[in-house]
Design a protein around this ligand. Sequence first.
Ligand SMILES: N[C@@H](CCC(=O)N[C@@H](CS)C(=O)NCC(=O)O)C(=O)O
Length: 204
Amino acid sequence: MIDLFAHPSQNVLKVQILLEETGLEHRLINDRTLRKGTPEFERFRRASPTGQVPGVYDPETGAALFESSAIMIYLAEKTGRFLPRPEHPAVRAECLKWLLFEAASLTPAMLDIYHYTLQAEHPQTYSEDRARERARRALGVLEDTLAQGRDFLAGDYSIADMILYPWMVILEDFADIPLSDYPHLEAWTGRIGARDAVKRAETA
Ligand SMILES: N[C@@H](CCC(=O)N[C@@H](CS)C(=O)NCC(=O)O)C(=O)O
């Protein structure tokens, strides 16, 4: 039984979607209720040295992981699903490319928008404009990719789709960017959101 250290957040939702898609047995452990000195707390700190969620501990292999992209790769490889195998390096790299893009391009821009617009005490126009421009640039790349007639980002439905989907669900509330500005991305979001496993993850 895999431990998923979590509290409600989009970063956790990515992993929950994959766990539901693969049917891997798991239990959610709310990191905020863990008490120092308990075995669960020790496992959480081993999995996530930053103390952030998601964190995963897999007693079957001893894997103790943080960073949602690393967790997604691990679970996909463990099950042999949703990540092309190394014998197909080009499609595998295509899938991994979107995982890195999510972590290195879209997410930092989204978080900067959130902080500079919704959290900062004083308006920070330059930083806010720059973050918004970076986010729109990343969203434009996704839109152009899906406009090439692809149903999913890297061929078949994969962890690339699962890792990016949670951001689209909150795009407007979180970054004040309407998803309808990106019609292909909006249709893709609808396709993923309609999956039973995704619905289960969203209501878990
Ligand atoms: N890069 C990390 C980000 C993890 C992250 O920011 N987690 C947030 C929840 S969405 C968290 O634990 N925040 C509490 C904290 O930073 O202490 C990932 O992709 O997993």
